[in-house]
Design a protein around this ligand. Structure first.
Ligand code: NAP
Length: 319
């Protein structure tokens, strides 16, 4: 099989997969690369409740992996190649683009669609990295069951933190939401539910400074940023540990493209047609600055990117 494609898509989250569906359906010879889990951030979500048309009653039916598997099958059905490979280098200037994968293969294409998404932001407190997987987690769906009957702290005051605190309350004995401001900035309906949940306590004006323990989280130092007081929370003797779930936003995964396409604060700048400042290079999904980062906006971006890419190829390659 030749390594010359019409369209190379980097990233297999909802936006990349939607781009794959639209690109392949437009009869572009399309290949998509994903280095980790297909689905991007939704692969670490428990449930998708607000994606239109995706509301099967069965618990299993609502699981994001079903939506992603359907997207993969749909893209393949239209002829897209889907590869589980890491992209390690890109050459985006020039009419023909080059994408190199970790096995050393170089793929060429007429257009590149960047859909590498974003990942959870680190909090930056002492002990965070050391205790990741040993009490610290960024994914309630993945790790909530490890904290069955234990105490859990959720750090952050956005939609994710509050929603995941509610989810964690199904497992944990108690969930304390640690919010650095004196208010949460999530949808009112979610805030009301959290406040009505007897297992969820919200501590405002509070920051996590440090985690300590002997190979596993055993204590945490918090700061009350209103009074300046710090205090230590120690795991209950019978429990020996507790959970710390960090939900403080996301950072775009765009390092590979630094200096190659225009960015602001790591987010790739595009116009409404998902065009970057480089001809033949498009970007879609959570790596763009935008007001609403949801599956629906990611898939919409992906569709627009693929249609723009097709238009670009028709214009550029019929000259
Ligand atoms: P977010 O809206 O950026 O909120 C991040 C939260 O973390 C804020 O409360 C922020 O506090 C806090 N934070 C950031 N850095 C911190 C630090 N170093 N220490 C302590 N706290 C820190 O992120 P998100 O909640 O993940 O949401 C991302 C996007 O997805 C948003 O647009 C959100 O609306 C959307 N979303 C929607 C839904 C839904 O509609 N169901 C669900 C999940 C996510 P400050 O306020 O002090 O900055």
């Amino acid at each position: 099989m030749s390594n010359l494609y019409d369209c190379i898509i980097i990233g297999g989250g909802p936006s990349g997969l939607a781009a794959g569906i639209y690109s392949a359906r437009a009869r572009l010879k399309t290949i998509l690369f994903e280095k980790g889990s297909f689905g991007g951030q939704i692969s670490i979500t428990d449930e998708i409740a607000n994606y239109p048309g995706f509301f099967e009653e069965e618990e299993e039916g609502r699981h994001p992996k079903n939506l992603i598997n359907k997207m993969i099958a749909q893209a393949k059905k239209f002829g897209a190649e889907i590869e589980h490979k890491e992209v390690v280098d890109v050459k985006l200037d020039g009419k023909v683009k080059e994408v190199k994968t970790s096995d050393g293969t170089v793929y060429q294409s007429k257009v590149v669609i960047i859909a590498t998404g974003a990942q959870p932001r680190k909090l930056g407190c002492k002990g965070e990295l050391e205790y990741t997987g040993k009490g610290v987690s960024y994914c309630a769906t993945c790790d909530a069951n490890f904290f069955e009957g234990l105490e859990v702290f959720c750090i952050g005051g956005g939609d994710t933190a509050v929603e995941e605190a509610m989810y964690l309350s199904k497992f944990a004995r108690k969930v304390t939401l640690i919010v650095r401001k004196d208010y949460v900035r999530c949808a009112n309906s979610i805030e009301e539910k959290a406040k009505a949940n007897p297992k969820v306590e919200i501590k405002f004006r509070t920051e996590l400074l440090e985690l300590k323990g002997d190979g596993i989280v055993e204590s945490a130092i918090f700061l009350n940023n209103e009074t300046g007081e710090t205090y230590e929370y120690k795991a209950d003797e019978n429990d020996g540990t507790f959970g710390v779930f960090i939900f403080v936003g996301y950072v775009p995964l765009t390092k590979l493209f630094e200096g190659k396409v225009e960015m602001k604060d790591g987010y790739i700048i595009t116009d409404e047609e998902m065009k970057t400042n480089v001809e033949g290079v498009f970007a879609c999904g959570d790596l763009r600055p935008k007001m609403l980062k949801q599956v629906i906006t990611a898939t919409a971006d992906g569709a627009i990117a693929a249609i723009s890419a097709n238009k670009y190829i028709e214009e550029k390659y019929s000259e």
